[in-house]
Write a protein that binds this ligand. Sequence first.
Ligand code: CP3
Length: 343
Amino acid sequence: MWDRFLRACRREPVDVTPVWFMRQAGRYMAEYRALRAKYTLLELCKNPELATQVTLQPVNAHQVDAAILFADILLPLEPMGAPFEFAKGEGPVIHEPVRDRAAVERLRVIDPEEGLGYVLDAIKMIRKELDGKTPLIGFAGAPFTLASYLIEGGKSSNYALTKRMMYNEPETWNLLMSKFSEVVRRYLHAQVKAGANAVQLFDSWVGSLSPTDYEEYILPHVSLILKDLEKTGVPVIHFGTDTATLLELQKRAGGTVIGVDWRTPLDQAITRLGTDVAVQGNLDPLLLGAPRELLGRRVDDILQRATGAAGHIFNLGHGILPDTDPDAVKFVVDHVHSYQKRA
Ligand code: CP3
């Protein structure tokens, strides 16, 4: 069923639960490592032929129910005026972190066609290659998560500089959030126009905030993006991690599917969120390294807990880790698809 994933997002009946994985293309796959030996991550992202090839690798290898565009949430930073690189073993490094009003003012609110055209070209090419057999998910980073990289200059354990700006310079913070919201809103719209069948907003690090701060500093901006995208009619997945205390607020901010990580039992998330949104999740990525018997039981437990959901898309609670065994990924796909038959 080509649209099993889209049907679950729309809370329509499905033959079996659809499954895909965040970071389903990446270093755990030999095919990906072979390409990375020849090209940097940014070269892969910026070349539509290569991005298409990488996007299709997990679709062909594991028969997942959705493809996710191969790109990175940080790509918009460069045309906005904040170039970065992926340093070996360290993750992203922003050359000149943005930490004051003047630097925020200098950031450009770009149209995606200026500087991100290669992403839109990749989407068109991937859709052609998928040939109506598998839907394609586009994505972008959410304002808080993008701001955390831009301000800290890379990954962070406590987001101290980010929160310092948020609490001490609320006007600068709101200007930064407004700029990101507008760029991301335009970017996701352009992805839908280019052919993305669904979009996911990654607010990976927003779980570092209290509900009070989320409501005051984040929700109005994220809401602007999500409510506008909902009008396109494509499913909009709203994802974060460590969001056990934020789920209701995230739902209020918007999205037709809410991502849930493994810290919250899925049945509890469904009770709290209600049946007017679908849910996505929520296996701990490290369970992919557990013995098959345990992995299988945990997959079934999630499917059992999802019984009351109006729509459920099976996924991890966060991305696949680099040392994951590809056979474990394939095992989960088969286990999810065979659940009804086995139950
Ligand atoms: O999911 C997919 O298969 C699509 C591709 C994708 C990538 N990044 C490619 C990538 C997606 C959806 C992302 C999103 C992304 N990027 C997020 C949000 C999701 C999440 O994991 O929370 C974040 C925070 C980033 C920023 C980023 N990109 C970091 C922190 C790193 C370094 C991480 C590391 O493990 O080294 C990246 C690099 C990156 N982006 C890789 C991939 C496949 C690692 C690749 C490599 O070096 O070849």
